[in-house]
Design a binder for this molecule. Structure first.
Ligand code: UDP
Ligand code: MG
Length: 139
């Protein structure tokens, strides 16, 4: 069964939308098979977003992502990688479709509330970044 890594980012935790984000995923039929609240160090945020290391926003992004607690989760279901991206909305909330998480709750392009793996290859890197095999359950 397909799996993806999602994160309620520090701004989403501060905005009290942890439950709202999880609820949207659950109402779409996806199962939470792992979940935890934690705070990333700057180095851990840099490692997670290493694919963006040469982008101009890398420094600011990794500062933001290590600015407070996050909620990381693994979701499971048919087509979950692409469907979670649809539920999230476009990276820039100004381009996000109405009713998406980012359209409803993001306040700028960086503070966009939620992360979701963008491909199977990304999920394969991102899931074990947060969860060991013993922390992943079957739905
Ligand atoms: N980001 C940013 N400025 C940009 C593009 C991205 O601050 O111009 C931030 C934003 O928080 C985004 C994250 O960097 O969610 C990762 O960027 P990516 O292009 O992977 O977007 P995503 O996959 O999260 O939609
Ligand atoms: Mg991405």
């Amino acid at each position: 069964m397909e799996r993806t890594l999602s994160i309620v980012k520090p701004d989403g935790v501060k905005k009290n939308v942890i439950g709202e984000v999880i609820s949207r995923f659950e109402k779409s039929g996806f199962k939470v098979v792992a979940i935890k609240m934690l705070a990333l160090s700057r180095q851990e945020a840099e490692g997670f977003y290493i694919v963006h290391k040469d982008r101009p926003f890398y420094g600011s992004l990794t500062t933001f992502m290590s600015d407070g607690p996050i909620v990381a989760m693994v979701l499971e279901g048919d087509g979950v990688i692409d469907k979670v991206r649809t539920i999230m909305g476009a990276t820039n909330y100004k381009d996000a479709a109405p009713g998406t998480i980012r359209a409803d709750f993001a306040t700028d392009i960086e503070r966009n509330v939620v992360h979701g793996s963008d491909s199977a290859a990304s999920a394969t890197f991102e899931i074990p970044y947060f969860f060991s095999a013993l922390e992943l359950f079957q739905s």
